[in-house]
Ligand binder design. Structure first.
Ligand SMILES: [Zn+2]
Length: 208
């Protein structure tokens, strides 16, 4: 009788331990996972409700003006044909050549272009007659080099990324300054530094 009671006690204890073990294994694991996933999500900071810019970033504007001056010094007249573009305007442009008549000029929908964040401009050559030219071969200053590529070179010296260097959807008139931010960063609400801070930092670094 005593042995049987002991056996029963041991069996009960084992059963309780097994249940406790299983409970710990299976019931607590999802809780642990949920916490882990939450932590992983937290790493990528998504700032909601950050307003979209509504004009060209002053640093980009200043650089674009500088480009016009530097090109003029080389005998090349350019015009900035496009700067800030709203999401609606970008969607309109994207529709061109797709759901609307015309030639496809962009492969970026609203919110996917640096123009939408005020960080891009497009340029073209302007003749003294006032005519605007999109001619990559035109050599108006007669130095044996196409004006368009000379402008692109000047732009890159000023910190612009040139769309003419892109292998996918080469965009010759396009210039942008990213401030180290990808389109995804911008879509997630990250923004470049304020112009005052940027110019101040630039001034400081020039002093050194
Ligand atoms: Zn552009």
């Amino acid at each position: 009788m005593k042995d049987a009671a002991l056996k029963r006690t041991i069996l009960t204890l084992l059963l309780v331990l097994t249940v406790a073990f299983l409970y710990f294994q299976f019931l607590t694991e999802p809780v642990y996972n949920a916490d882990f996933e939450k932590e992983a999500d937290d790493e990528e900071v998504i700032e909601e409700d950050v307003p979209m810019p509504d004009s060209l970033h002053p640093v980009v504007e200043q650089r674009a003006n500088e480009l016009v001056e530097k090109a003029a010094a080389k005998g090349i007249r350019i015009i900035i044909t496009d700067g800030f573009r709203s999401i609606e305007e970008q969607d309109e442009l994207y529709a061109q050549g797709r759901t609307k008549p015309g030639k496809i000029v962009t492969n970026r929908k609203g919110g996917e272009s640096y123009h939408n964040y005020g960080l891009a401009v497009d340029f073209a050559i302007k003749l003294s007659s006032g005519r605007v030219l999109w001619d990559l071969k035109y050599d108006g200053n007669k130095n044996g080099r196409p004006d368009w590529f000379e402008v692109a070179e000047l732009a890159k010296e000023l910190g612009f990324t040139w769309g003419g260097d892109w292998e996918e959807f080469t965009d010759y008139p396009h210039l942008q300054i990213e401030f180290g931010l990808t389109i995804e960063d911008l879509q997630n609400g990250k923004r470049p530094p304020a112009a005052e801070d940027y110019f101040l930092a630039e001034k400081e670094s020039k002093k050194k």
